[in-house]
Ligand binder design. Structure first.
Ligand code: DX5
Ligand code: ZN
Length: 217
């Protein structure tokens, strides 16, 4: 069954707890937390303090997406703050395999993120080191952008690559995911869908989480 990871970037920052409780009622599988440093991406979001408060108030696992340069500088701190999964961009570090090991040594699940134009080849030699691969379906930095359709083929290619390896690795997709493309993403082989605006701007966010998962109402 597909997992849904609502992105808190689209929640009301002054009513974050309300957003979290809503996602608990909706049965969200992860809370997707977008960490932006204003350097790797042209935007700044939130940091450790937010992760550690979220960790205190909810049992939903925290899926922490680091959009920061040289993520190796901050892995321990994000781990201590209460992240469950930590994903780092292949484009943001010269030592991808080392960072992935650093994450698992902290007792957290490691994942790699690829921007839309980054080829899958960079994953070939780190498949042993990841629990999840996150394919961006927008250029990271902002919520509410349009889904890039070429990523559907990339998801299918990655599905084949993972199946051929015999490993159990989740494929997460992030950016512009909504009710119009979630079915195609599932069919292409995605197992975790991030959704920000599609969930938090919906009339009924809880129902939208279930619809994204393909559950009949
Ligand atoms: C983009 C972030 C996404 C974003 C998704 O840089 O990584 O997680 O919050 O938001 P939507 O679903 O609105 O595109
Ligand atoms: Zn994200």
């Amino acid at each position: 069954m597909i997992k849904i990871a609502p992105s808190l970037l689209a929640a009301d920052f002054c009513n974050m707890e309300q957003g979290v409780r809503m996602m608990e009622r909706a049965g969200a599988d992860y809370l997707h937390c977008d960490i932006m440093d204003g350097v790797f991406v042209p935007n700044i979001s939130f940091g450790f303090q937010m992760i550690s408060r979220l960790n205190e108030i909810t049992d939903i696992p925290l899926d922490v997406h680091l959009m920061i340069v040289q993520p190796e500088r901050y892995i321990e701190r994000f781990a201590e703050a209460g992240s469950d999964l930590i994903t780092v961009h292949a484009e943001a570090t010269d030592h991808l395999q080392r960072v992935l090991k650093q994450i698992s040594q902290c007792g957290k699940k490691p994942g790699v993120v690829l921007n839309p134009a980054t080829p899958l080849e960079v994953l070939k030699y780190v498949l042993d080191d990841v629990d999840m691969i996150l394919l961006m379906s927008v250029n990271p930095g902002y919520g509410g952008q349009a889904f890039i359709p070429a990523v559907l083929e990339k998801v299918a290619d990655l599905r084949r690559m993972i199946d051929a390896s015999g490993k159990k690795i989740d494929i997460e997709v992030d950016g512009g995911v909504d009710l119009s493309n979630c079915m195609q993403l599932r069919e292409a082989g995605a197992t975790v869908l991030v959704a920000g605006n599609a969930v938090f701007s919906a009339k009924d966010p809880e129902r939208t989480v279930r619809e994204l998962r393909g559950e009949a109402e």
